[in-house]
Design a binder for this molecule. Sequence first.
Ligand code: GLA
Length: 394
Amino acid sequence: MTVRQVQHSGDIRDDVTADFTAAFGGSPQGVWSAPGRVNLIGDHTDYNDGFVLPFAINRRTVVALSPRADSVARVATSFTDEVAEIDLRELTPDAVSGWSAYVLGVAWALGQHGADLEAVPGFDAFVDSTVPVGAGLSSSAALESALAVALNDIWRLGLDARTLARVGQLAENEVVGAPTGILDQSASLLSREDAVLFLDCRSLEAEVIPTGFAEAGLEVLVIDTRVEHAHADGGYRSRREACERGAAALGVPALRDLTVDDLQRAQRLLDDETFRRVRHVVTEDQRVLDTVAALRTEGPLAIGGLLDASHASMRDDFEISVPELDLAVEVAQANGAIGARMTGGGFGGSAIALAPSDAISRIRVAIDGAFAEHGFGQPEMFTVVPSAGALRDR
Ligand code: GLA
C-alpha cells in the first residue's frame, strides 16, 4: 500500500479526534487503539500450531469512530488522502482493496463471527498510527485489532480478545489475501505491560510472563532495516507450504506434533530443503519453551543464546533472512547485545537486540557505521517497551 508516515508531536489521541472532526464533523463516540508487536522468539511456528512469545510495543494505531444512522462505512486516515467508503450490506472480500482491505476486512470478518451486517449501523472512522509501516512490526494487525475492538464495542458483539484475534486473522487471510497465522493479532490484542505473551497457537491458551528486562537493566532495540517485505506472495507462502508438506510426509497434523527427537527420522524421510524447514520449526518451538523456562527461573540475562540460535536457524535452515538483517544481528552481538535476532516473517523488516541500557548507543552507532560501509540504506532504530494490548482509550 502507498502510505506516508506522519510525525506526531503531541498525543495521537487528540490528533485523531481533531482529524475525525475535520473529516466527518462532530465528535467521535470513542477512541480505541491497538499496538504493533515484536516477537521475542518463535517465528514461523504459529501456522504450525506451535508456540510464540511476542510482546506489544509502545507504538499504536488509534481509531476515532462513531456509528452512523445508515449502513455506510467511511474510513479516513492521515497517511493517505483516499477515503474508503462502502455500504455494509454490499461488503464482500472482493469489494475492498488496498489499505482499506484491512479496515473493512475486519467489518466483513466480524460478519463471519456473528455480527449481522444487514442490521448493524454503519460508521465513520478516522485512523492514525505510530507503528511504522513495512517494518515487520505488524502495522496491519494493529490496524485490524483497533478496528476489531472499536466495532465489537459499538456493535455490542461481546466477543472476547481471542475471538477478535481470529477475526483479524480472517480479514488478513481472506480479504487482504496473506496466508498468515495468529501471532500478530494475538500479540496486539492480548499483550500486557512489561510482559511477554506465551501463546499456544493450537489452543490459543495464553499466559503472560513478566520480562524482568527493566530490573535486569536490559532494553530491546529495534533495528528496522527498511528492506520492504510482503507476506501476500512469494517466500512466506512457500515456507508455509514446505511445513505442510513436511507434516504430511511425517504423518502428523502439524509440525507442532514433532519434537527434536523426531528429527533423525525426518532427515531420513524428507528431501534436504524440506528437512531444514522442518528442523527450524521444531527447534524454534523448543527454543520458545526454553526461553519461557529461563525467564521464569534465571531471568532475561539467560535468554541471549536462544535468541542468537533462533536467528541462525532462520538464516540457515528457514532461509528467510536478508544481508541487512544478518549484519544488524552480527553487529549488535559484537557490540554488547546479550542476544539478537530478526523478528517476524522475514525477507526484510526488523531485527531486535536485547542489550544492557548502557550498550544501546554503542550498538546504534556501530550498526549505522556498518550499514554505511556495506552500502546499505540507513536503518531506523528505536527502543521499545512491552506494552498493553488493544483497548478503549476514550
Ligand atoms: C508474519 C505473520 C505471522 C507469523 C510471522 C512469523 O508476521 O503475520 O502470522 O507467521 O510472520 O512468525
